[in-house]
Design a protein. Structure first.
Length: 202
């Protein structure tokens, strides 16, 4: 879609922070700047993955390494790269939330989601993951974490409008058919199959 096809429709660049970070990285390091920023995203994702499987000893190490290697083709210098790293960090943090004091259980998700929401629209899903943890663990901190993530995500140019945006975009046939991030997972792709298999095994 192009801007001239949506005359008069509202548009909010909710990924502005990624664009500003890439501009700054490029101004400092030339073409290697955005590459370095993407490496930071990979470190977030990989580090969180190894943290999550630390109790699996050698089996966990092998599965995490396989998932990390299989993900190589999914790391272009685009907003979703850092979003993947932030999502993995969020999953790692959720394994500890039930032991945090109330202020941290509410505040850490708030600030993490606020940052994430200005990087990529996938932050709109952040509030849902603590609810899954709450379903299995029944610890009140997960509800506070969900609330913190829900409110923090609203600190973006769309405000709470990011939630219906994500829902509409995920159901729009043109977006689903032409933008890979919104497409359903294709498990015929071996790297993607390995990544999901590794997460399920862990």
């Amino acid at each position: 879609m192009f801007s001239w096809t949506a005359l008069g429709q509202p548009w909010h660049a909710h990924e502005w922070l990624w664009e500003a970070m890439v501009w700054k990285a490029y101004s400092w390091g030339g073409r290697y700047g955005p590459w370095g920023l993407t490496c930071l995203a990979v470190l977030l994702w990989g580090g969180s993955l190894f943290f999550l499987c630390r109790r699996g000893e050698w089996l966990g190490l092998v599965l995490a390494s396989a998932a990390l290697l299989a993900s190589v083709s999914f790391w272009p210098a685009r907003p979703h790269a850092l979003a993947q790293g932030l999502w993995a960090l969020w999953m790692a943090l959720l394994t500890c939330v039930d032991r945090w004091p109330l202020g941290a259980a509410l505040g850490v998700p708030f600030f993490l989601s606020a940052f994430w929401a200005n990087i990529h629209g996938s932050a709109a899903t952040a509030f849902a993951f603590p609810l899954v943890f709450f379903f299995f663990k029944r610890k009140g901190n997960f509800l506070w974490a969900s609330l913190g993530a829900f409110l923090g995500t609203a600190l973006n140019p769309w405000g709470f409008g990011i939630y219906p945006y994500a829902l509409v975009a995920s159901r729009h046939p043109l977006i689903i058919d032409h933008i890979s991030e919104w497409a359903s997972p294709n498990f015929h792709e071996i790297p993607l199959l390995l990544i999901f298999s590794g997460f399920l095994a862990l």
